[in-house]
Design a protein. Structure first.
Lengths: 407, 424
């Protein structure tokens, strides 16, 4: 992840190291997939040129562009990061102001075919302000001395209404009529950050099918809370719409009495399928999970994590992911060693960890866990309790034996 | 029958109060709060040191106040954004931090003076000063967190009535009204020396800084937004701003006259602003002195609320976080925490025995004046921006008067700084 403030003012070179000028602004496409389309460069001849992004080879410590480049102009549906997005207010549904765009984060999309970059979201926290004035690490380390860790506050692009941007407004995409246009993952992401009352309110106004999709993207503890709260008939109708693996997982997490109330209301063929999956395995997952996993904090640096890997994991028979716990020991993120190796030494973990976690519970049947592993291509799954505390991990090695038996 | 009469009587009072409240809006409150305790102290000192001739400056300060406040009001009504919002959005984070720092330092100074004046005045009235100051802080915080916008505004307006005390004090001090009024047109009636003019510039800058304040510029715009005045009512709001500016200095006039007629005329050295209430006693009588003292205590309360709020309003405009009096405590924690921090900091500073009110009052008001040029720079730039303001752009008089005023303030600030180091 890169921040606009880190890129602004960076020198622009051609691939044969001829200096062109300095990066002034970035132009992006206004859409739900805000790709960077052009760069604005202040040249040393005191004029500005607009460079289409297809000529850019690399953008991090400096900007490197192709030798033979052509300039372009602003097109419809394009906006500037600095001119149109940075420092603007983000307005919520009621039009009350809430936060400001302190920085903009960008992500490289490095495919073999071409080099692309897109906006992932906006920084709305204090760290963003500090970064803009160039004292981020100074202030961060200073507060760290006193045991206070600054965390970044971040709003994903999915939360922002791109259309309103063109009218000079940054508005949160929480308008009820707009909810249907959101990706379910993004809405789930947002709902997890809001309170329970809001979750209920939003889910009530969505159509059932969409709500079901959103719910299957919520983290498992939210799912559990929702189903505990709802009337049985509502739970039953939603359950039928979500993926059967998720449905089984949810049902097993709520008390037996509630579960049976719900099951009665589900049509017979579907109920049988659910019951079959639930009864598949009575093997408690707790017996096969392992406590051989490594955790770290969101604020640890890459350098510190590497040291810890060398020190702690020498004896591990399986090592595929590093889990990130917050100060309350709740699981908040995950990354793999490859993610780690791609970063600079001093980068803190929260900057690159994945926050969208796939978790299982002690009540999750092994079959469901395996299905999740295959569906999301994961070599291991974290097992959490109702408070998001980590209990262990289930690795592919451990379930391999189980799969063999069933073949 | 008797009961009925009583009810009718109260009905009438209520009606006239409502009328009063509907005419007096944000501009009036801002303008009136300009006469907070630090303001009263500054005017009293100016009157005592310089006599009637300082009234000449007051006229020009009033015009500049009216013009700049109107600019701020017009800017927020046309753009639907506060001054802080615009600075951040058009000039970026560094400008935002710089201007907020100016504002914060100036406001902190004013709040300290307000609490200190409250403490000293309570002391003079033989009331337990420190506990009272602590109660003041608690009441202020409770008042701002629990009250809503309407309640805040109404209580503010009602306490404006206390300002009548200054008029009373001025009349009791038997001033030379003819000379006072003549000095509005041109400084006259005393022997002018170089030393007098030097003091006139320095103390005059303090008078300017306490009348036209950095916080006033931010407050007028965010208060106007909070009240959700429509663009169509612009004319009404403009008139109100001018009226507010006049009203502010109408009272300031009497404060200056009260001390000029007593302390300056009799050459009584004034060691601190709130001592004015004691010092005028031999000349104006006990009642006038006590009223003056109560006026200062009330003004301290007003100043703390409004100046403290203006810091928080500006903070939320510059850096985000929801900031409105109509939000509950939990909804905008940052807003209230910042408010409380200012009050507590001021309270602990006035507990220090070596903080002398007389020394800090003029200094803090000069600080206020010095913070004005950069703020005016942005204010004038925005209100001259055709793209931003459309047909509501400044007219040439507004533009050039404001620019002229800014330049004069900058020069006077420079003079004051230089005067600290070089003896003339």
């Amino acid at each position: 992840m890169l921040y606009f403030s880190e890129l602004e003012g960076k020198k622009v070179f051609t691939e044969d190291r001829i200096e062109i000028g300095k990066l002034d602004d970035i132009i992006f496409m206004v859409s739900s997939n805000p790709k960077v389309s052009k760069l604005v460069i202040n040249t040393y001849r005191h004029d500005q040129l607009i460079l289409p992004f297809e000529y850019v080879l690399k953008m991090n410590h400096s900007v490197v562009i192709k030798k033979a480049y052509m300039t372009g102009g602003l097109e419809e549906n394009e906006l500037y990061i600095k001119k149109n997005l940075l420092d603007k207010q983000i307005i919520d549904i009621g039009g009350n102001k809430i936060v400001r765009v302190n920085d903009v984060s960008l992500q490289e999309l490095n495919t073999p075919e071409k080099y692309e970059m897109a906006i992932t979201g906006v920084d709305i926290g204090l760290l963003g302000i500090l970064r803009r004035v160039g004292v981020e690490s100074l202030a961060y380390n200073f507060l760290h001395l006193f045991g206070y860790n600054l965390a970044s506050q971040f709003l994903s692009w999915g939360d922002i209404q791109p259309l309103e941007l063109t009218q000079g407004k940054v508005r949160l995409k929480k308008r009820e009529e707009k909810l249907q246009d959101m990706r379910p993952e993004d809405l789930a992401d947002y709902l997890e950050k809001t309170n329970e009352k809001n979750v209920h309110k939003f889910l009530r106004i969505l159509d059932k099918k969409f709500a079901a999709e959103v719910i299957s993207n919520l983290n498992i503890n939210y799912q559990r809370d929702l189903f505990l709260h709802w009337e049985a008939d509502k739970s039953a109708s939603i359950l039928q719409l979500i993926h059967i693996d998720e449905a089984v997982d949810i049902l097993l997490a709520i008390p037996r009495k509630k579960r049976e109330e719900i099951l009665i209301l589900i049509p017979e063929h579907k109920r049988k399928e659910l019951q079959h999956l639930m009864n598949l395995s009575r093997t408690p997952i707790g017996k096969i999970i392992t406590s051989e996993y490594m955790t770290t904090t969101p604020t640890a640096t890459v350098h510190e994590v590497m040291g810890k890997i060398k020190g702690d994991t020498a004896e591990y028979s399986f090592f595929a992911a590093i889990y990130v716990l917050n100060s309350e020991k709740q699981l908040v993120g995950v990354f793999n060693p490859h993610d780690l190796l791609m970063q600079d030494r001093e980068t803190p973990v929260y900057k690159f960890m994945t926050q969208n976690l796939i978790e299982i519970r002690l009540t999750t049947p092994i079959e469901i866990a395996i299905r999740k592993m295959l569906r999301y291509h994961l070599p291991a799954l974290p097992v959490v309790n109702n408070n998001k505390n980590m209990l262990g991990i289930l690795t592919f090695d451990q379930v391999a034996g189980f799969i063999q038996k069933r073949l | 029958m008797n009961n009925n009469k009583f009810a009718l009587y109260f009905q009438r009072i209520k009606m006239s109060l409502l009328l009063y409240l509907s005419i007096f809006g944000p501009a009036t409150i801002t303008a009136m709060a300009d006469n907070d305790a630090s303001g009263v102290a500054t005017y009293a000192i100016a009157g005592a040191q310089l006599g009637y001739p300082i009234l000449f400056l007051l006229v020009w300060v009033t015009i500049l106040l009216a013009i700049t406040q109107e600019m701020g009001m017009r800017l927020s009504l046309v753009t639907r954004k506060g001054l802080g919002d615009l600075i951040r959005e058009k000039f970026g984070i560094k400008a935002a931090i710089f201007i907020f720092a100016c504002l914060f330092v100036a406001n902190m100074g004013t709040i300290i003076v307000d609490v200190a004046a409250f403490k000293t005045t309570a002391h003079i009235l033989h009331l337990p000063a420190i506990p009272l100051a602590a109660i003041l802080i608690a009441v202020t915080f409770f008042f701002v967190t629990k009250g809503n916008y309407k309640a805040t505004q109404n209580i503010m307006l009602v306490s404006c009535f206390f300002y009548l005390a200054y008029i009373f004090s001025a009349f009791k001090s038997n001033p030379n009204w003819h000379l006072a009024l003549a000095n509005l047109a041109w400084p006259q009636g005393i022997k002018f020396t170089d030393g007098y003019w030097k003091l006139y510039i320095i103390t005059g800058l303090g008078v300017l800084g306490t009348t036209i304040t950095p916080w006033g510029q931010f407050f007028i715009s965010s208060f106007g937004l909070d009240k959700q005045i429509e663009k169509g009512k612009l004319l009404f709001s403009q008139i109100e701003t001018y009226w507010g500016a006049f009203l502010t200095d109408f009272f300031s006039f009497f404060m200056i006259v009260a001390t000029a007629a007593t302390l300056f005329v009799h050459q009584v050295p004034l060691l601190s602003g709130e001592q004015a209430s004691l010092a005028i006693e031999p000349f104006a009588g006990k009642l006038a002195a006590t009223l003056f003292a109560f006026g200062i205590m009330n003004a301290g309360f007003m100043g703390i609320v409004i100046v403290g709020l203006s810091t928080t309003y500006a903070f939320s405009e510059f850096f985000g976080y929801s900031g409105s009096l109509d939000n509950s405590f939990t909804k905008s924690k940052t807003f209230y925490i910042l408010f409380l921090v200012q009050l507590l900091a001021a309270f602990f500073i006035i507990l220090l025995p070596f903080v002398n009110l007389f020394q800090i009052v003029i200094a803090t008001q000069i600080l206020n004046a010095m913070a004005l040029p950069p703020i005016f720079f942005y204010l004038i730039k925005f209100t001259n921006d055709k793209k931003l303001m459309g047909k509501y752009i400044n007219n040439p008089f507004q533009k050039w008067f404001a620019i002229g005023g800014t330049v004069v303030i900058a020069i006077a600030s420079l003079f004051t700084v230089v005067a600290q180091f070089i003896k003339f």
